[in-house]
Design a protein. Structure first.
Length: 377
């Protein structure tokens, strides 16, 4: 752009009182060391301040920070979840979102193995067995599940529930398949109307699998009469990482070696040791959902990575991945909320996500957050 055009553009945008010159075709701007305009700029538009009220009921979201149950010591037993399930059921969510990849995202990631092979291996259950049983691939099974639920009867037959369970398995949504299976009477959990004996074995095994989707979300959804879960995790920001993996890992480990991490680990050890106590698991959930926990997680992990000093900026790349993942997860939640305005959504997610979930969700005009710590008292 010619110098005169640059000057005119700067004046129009309010950058007055600066000295602009051109030397040898190079634009020089004096009086603004380091071109630091962005350091002083703050947006004037604040969505979080524009909360309506809307016509009709508010959208409410309760974010439950959870330990990953599969990583708890042997002293954890599913029966210990009863007090938590009672409190969550009393809040009566109308939708439940879980930290799982959707079948549709997994289907997309499978098409790019150069980047996502490890992600698929770690996070994407194989839907091919169910797909062969009912003759639908993942996109078609998702479309069929949506079609069935749009006209779902108030009192479906056991055959309809068995069929929908098989559809959800083929769609890559095993959590929702388990909801349908749990809503069946035990005598109706048969290899019929879609589920084969192998699929029945898979669903029966899932009932006891120690993760929060199966033991909390699916159980609660079935208890409340919901028909499905919503898989809102996102790993599209995953990538193989820098060429020098050893240097990257060393830099992140150095960043994590800090007093906040020491404090977090000590607290986790204390809470894990108390799991066998009558209120031990509830004490863990209260601690994970304490309002001070997100800042401690930041200081221990993402904030420490932000300021680590490797020349390659390893920590900042790691932070970019983390922020991107949480933004996309929250976007998925916002999409679910918009399907039926005026509902209550329970988002169950690993504890390190909670602060980002709530901060990003609070930016949304039509979202009201619920204080999880009060519910858990």
């Amino acid at each position: 752009m010619p110098y005169a055009a640059w000057e005119e553009a700067l004046v129009r945008q309010g950058f007055l009182g600066v000295s602009i010159a051109s030397v040898g075709g190079v634009l020089l701007v004096a009086g603004v060391p380091g071109l630091a305009w962005s350091q002083d700029y703050r947006p004037s538009f604040h969505p979080e301040a524009l909360k309506g009220p809307p016509a009709g009921k508010l959208n409410e979201v309760l974010v439950l920070a959870t330990p990953h149950l599969s990583g708890l010591p042997d002293s954890f037993k599913p029966a210990l979840l009863a007090p938590l399930l009672t409190r969550l059921a009393a809040w009566r969510p109308t939708e439940i979102a879980t930290e799982d990849l959707s079948g549709l995202q997994c289907d997309s990631l499978r098409r790019y193995p150069t980047r996502y092979a490890e992600t698929v291996k770690d996070y994407c259950p194989d839907p091919s067995l169910a797909g062969l049983a009912i003759g639908l691939d993942v996109p078609a099974a998702n479309a069929e599940a949506e079609r069935l639920l749009a006209a779902w009867p108030t009192d479906p037959t056991p055959a309809q529930r068995r069929h929908l369970a098989a559809i959800f398995l083929a769609a890559g949504e095993p959590g929702s398949a388990l909801v349908q299976w749990l809503r069946l009477a035990p005598s109706d959990r048969l290899a019929s109307d879609g589920p084969t004996p192998d699929l029945v074995a898979k669903l029966e095994k899932a009932k006891g699998r120690g993760n929060e989707t199966n033991l909390i979300a699916a159980v609660l959804a079935a208890q409340l009469g919901l028909e499905r879960l919503w898989s809102v995790d996102d790993h599209s920001a995953d990538n193989p990482g820098p060429a020098d993996q050893e240097a990257y890992a060393a830099a992140i480990q150095r960043a994590w070696d800090n007093p906040a991490t020491t404090k977090r680990r000590a607290e986790e050890e204390r809470l894990s040791a108390g799991l066998a106590e009558p209120d031990g698991l509830m004490a863990m959930y209260r601690a994970y959902n304490d309002p001070t926990e997100p800042m401690l997680a930041y200081q221990s992990d993402f904030g420490a990575a932000f300021v680590e000093t490797s020349p390659q900026g390893f920590g900042r790349s790691y932070l970019a991945y983390w922020e991107t993942r949480n933004l996309r997860m929250v976007a998925n939640i916002r999409d679910v909320i918009g399907r039926r305005p005026g509902g209550r959504l329970l988002a169950i997610v690993g504890a390190s996500h909670k602060g980002y979930y709530e901060a990003y969700l609070d930016k949304m005009h039509d979202v009201r957050l619920v204080d999880t710590s009060k519910l858990l008292r």
